[in-house]
Design a protein around this ligand. Structure first.
Ligand code: SF4
Length: 413
């Protein structure tokens, strides 16, 4: 980069961006009483999640775990419960592990330097730079999605920004532009500009403090940056889940293994449908593999569509009851029977929370649903998250003969 161009950007940042930020910064709870602990929690919550959405989570989390010591000494399940709905649950598990390690090995204190922070579980280059600069004033530049967007437009950067070489280039530019001694202000100003002015779509160049030095603006098409090749099609999975009830009206839930996706969370047991299987057959097989129980499928309860970062699912929940065996934790970390009123004490993923909503809409389970409930269930409890819902095709192939009868009755109407 030419020296005079770099100096021009540096001047614009000091003279325009920083004053703009001081004037326009949004008030968030983590910007008050800034401690390493509060910076750490907020930065992890803010990754992949909209800022406004994080506020209630952050406040609740700070109320439940006001100090690092309180967090380290809390049961992990309570931490996952406080994180419920934020996604990327490995972050919650790492937070808990890091808090314990800091308490045990560092007397509850965070290292001040980037390298020391990076040695902790779940703290990558971005989070380490954020804690070091925002909490300790260390001259470390953060590079997140907002900063990448701002820099790629300022420089009209023509390469794919997801490449490792591009990431290194952005870090080098950010390090170069960092206003020494004012790292917290610089980092927050860059991120805030990306969040509220230099937005992914329709950037507000008219009010941007860096407009005069922005090469993408000068080129007339800022939205063309950052450059990214078209995303590949996201895989779609069809998944069956069993709402297994016992004669006492309790529901069987299983805890996912730590090393799996959503590790540590609870779920209605089940799994992906295999080639040629109906959904009830899939659930029967999964329950036998996961918990060692033979089950009988009942009516369909609800269908949930949910998008994760790298695939989408269509989750079909069916009533089930055990006809042979007792549950054992074979392919899960644990299992338990719970009353409907107690389900929300456990941490679940968003998709499973939607099944809980469908159950709550019915009230406590007093008996196994019969075929007479079937049509009504279909009409009342099919829930959709994110996409238009469709009737599950596998419903036409429900294996139990009584449900075939009710299916026939439904078709004849
Ligand atoms: Fe972004 Fe427009 Fe500002 Fe350039 S001028 S940094 S494109 S908002």
């Amino acid at each position: 980069m030419q020296r005079d161009l770099l100096n021009k950007w540096r001047r614009a940042i000091s003279e325009r961006l920083l004053p703009w930020f001081i004037e326009n910064r949004r008030a968030f709870p983590w910007r008050q009483r800034r401690t390493p602990y509060r910076v750490w929690i907020s930065e992890l919550m803010l990754q992949q999640t909209r800022t406004e959405q994080v506020v209630p989570y952050f406040l609740r989390f700070m109320k439940s775990f006001p100090t690092l010591k309180a967090l380290a000494q809390a049961p992990r399940q309570d931490v996952l419960k406080a994180w419920e709905g934020l996604g990327y649950y490995a972050r919650a598990r790492n937070i808990h592990e890091t808090a314990r390690r800091l308490l045990a090995l560092h007397r509850g204190r965070f290292p001040r330097e980037v390298d020391g922070l990076r040695a902790l579980p779940g703290i990558g280059p971005y989070t380490a730079a954020a804690i070091a600069s925002l909490a300790f004033g260390v001259d470390a530049a953060v590079v997140d999605g907002n900063v990448i967007r701002v820099l790629s437009r300022l420089m009209a950067f023509g390469q794919d920004t997801r490449l490792g070489s591009a990431r290194r280039q952005f870090q080098a530019w950010a390090d170069c532009l960092l206003v020494k001694g004012q790292s917290a202000l610089f980092n927050e100003a860059m991120m805030e500009l990306g969040a509220i002015v230099c937005t992914p779509r329709k950037p507000r160049c008219g009010v941007c403090p860096l407009q005069s030095v922005c090469m993408a603006f000068a080129g007339g098409d800022p939205e063309a940056f950052p450059r990214r090749p078209k995303k590949a099609r996201v895989p779609h999975k069809v998944v069956g889940a069993g709402v297994v009830v016992d004669t006492r009206g309790r529901v069987l839930i299983a805890q996912r293994k730590d090393d799996s996706m959503l590790g540590g969370l609870w779920e209605f047991p089940g799994g992906s449908r295999e080639e040629g299987e109906t959904l009830p057959q899939c659930i029967v097989r999964e329950l036998e593999e996961e918990l060692g129980i033979r089950t009988e499928p009942g009516p369909h309860l609800t269908t949930v569509h949910h998008a994760y970062s790298h695939f989408t699912i269509e989750l079909h929940a069916y009533w089930m009851r055990i006809h042979q065996g007792r549950p054992r934790a074979i392919h899960c970390a644990a299992f338990t029977w719970v009353k409907l009123s107690e389900l929300r004490k456990y941490p679940f993923s968003k998709a499973d929370l939607t099944i809980i909503e469908a159950l709550e809409a019915r009230g406590e389970v007093h008996r196994f649903p019969s075929s007479d409930d079937y049509e009504e269930d279909l009409a009342r409890y099919t829930v959709c998250v994110g996409k238009a819902n469709s009737m599950p095709s596998a419903l036409n192939r429900v294996s139990s003969s009584r449900f075939k009868r009710s299916q026939k009755a439904m078709k004849s109407q």
